[in-house]
Write a protein that binds this ligand. Structure first.
Ligand code: ATP
Ligand code: MG
Length: 373
């Protein structure tokens, strides 16, 4: 997967800009707050349909403008394609593929694939379960378009069930609760089975990479941990559905009291262990970072195995935070694929061999020639 060009209009602090990207390394360097991350965010929007950091789409539109637009050219399976995304104030984003308007944003997901390494991700091990769930959802939805729609359906049912629980607490009755529980359990099982399978495959790659990184001294593993509490055995969707259904129907009194759904995939987690112990409590900061980075490398590796192509790797200033040994492991781990790197550190330019380098200043990228590097 190669992103060959991206154009921005009124996106964040970028009024109008175009980047021609190297099929190998592209470096965006510049001082703080110039628009480097904004440029990566634009590329990532095509992979994920939403930003990794904006809560609302309006934040993506340049201050003072009322619409933003991004367009990209990419190559996949030897074919060139274009994607465009229009973002207008107060409206849903409008996606286009090869100039044809797509009905839904979810139809765009899975066309262009990218893995983002962002400083925000460095807390995946330490933070609460929701960030680990997002990690899985983001990775899986790029590989299985139907996954995102299933998740959206689940969230809609969850909202309705929660509204009913609140209503029941206020004395408005709960006659249809059982039907909602059955329906929620059905979608929960679909999602849990996919997440558990993905986690297991990813865990194998993570443990390989992590052992490699530490010379075999340390072992990292991941395991999906559902509220259905069935350990690693998610083989039968029917069985998982029954467990979720039972939890949802047997605890309604407590759920009505709390006014929200206490069981389901919105409560699930991923257990991350280092040498058999919970990494959240026992791994050092550097080890936690290394686990997250290997999870991200593994995400790319898994995507390559499933689709035959590496996704584009987007590295948002993460190398500067690593010690030289781990940094060189990551850099050597991302050879043979397209990488876009942001950095404040001009020494990063020295890594440039066959790549392209832009200096970003106030939202304007300037191509730096090889002689200037
Ligand atoms: P750093 O090195 O600190 O990470 P950066 O170059 O990655 O910096 P960005 O996060 O890309 O910086 O851009 C930050 C700038 O973009 C900020 O100054 C911010 O105010 C500006 N910005 C963010 N959203 C908008 C917007 N909607 N309109 C205009 N400017 C915006
Ligand atoms: Mg930045």
């Amino acid at each position: 997967m190669i992103c060959s060009r991206i154009e921005y209009r009124d996106f964040r602090n970028i009024e109008s800009a175009k980047l021609e990207l190297s099929p190998e390394v592209t470096i965006l360097y510049g001082k703080n707050a110039q628009g480097k991350t904004n440029m990566l965010e634009g590329v990532y929007l095509f992979a994920q349909g939403k930003s990794h950091r904006a809560g609302r789409d309006n934040e993506l539109i340049r201050f003072g403008a009322n619409a933003a637009s991004l367009s990209m050219e990419y190559e996949s399976g030897g074919r060139k394609n274009t994607l465009r995304l229009d973002i207008s104030e107060g409206k849903h984003k409008t996606p286009y593929k090869n100039s044809v308007r797509l009905d839904r944003l979810s139809e765009m997901i899975g066309n262009f694939r990218a893995v983002l390494f962002s400083p925000e991700h460095l807390s995946i091990v330490k933070s609460g379960p929701s960030e680990r769930r997002v990690f899985l959802d983001v990775a899986i939805s790029q590989l299985r378009p139907v996954y995102m729609r299933t998740l959206q359906r689940y969230n809609t049912i969850l909202m309705q069930r929660n509204a009913l629980l609140k209503g029941a607490k206020a004395g408005r009755g709960s006659a249809s609760l059982e039907a909602w529980s059955t329906s929620l359990a059905e979608y929960a099982a679909k999602i849990a089975v996919i997440r558990a399978e993905y986690t297991e495959k990813l865990s194998n790659i993570v443990s390989e990479l992590y052992a490699d990184m530490t010379g075999g001294r340390e072992e990292a593993r991941l395991q999906y941990h559902g509220t259905s509490r069935i350990g690693g055995d998610y083989g039968s969707e029917q069985r998982v559905r029954e467990i979720y259904r039972r939890q949802l129907t047997e605890n309604t009194e407590r759920e009505i009291f709390l006014g929200s759904t206490q069981y389901g995939i919105h409560k699930d987690d991923v257990d991350i262990t280092l040498n058999g112990k919970d990494a959240k409590f026992f791994a050092s900061q550097g080890q936690q970072r290394s686990i997250v980075l290997t999870m991200k490398l593994a995400e790319g590796e898994y995507s390559k195995r499933e689709t035959g192509e590496y996704p584009v790797f987007l590295l948002d200033d993460i190398l500067s935070e690593l010690d030289p040994a781990r940094r060189s492991y990551i850099v050597s781990g991302i050879r043979d694929r397209q990488v876009i790197i942001t950095s404040c550190d001009t020494s990063v330019k020295r890594r440039l061999r066959d790549g392209v380098c832009y200096c970003v200043k106030s939202g304007v990228p300037t191509l730096i020639s090889k002689e200037q590097v």
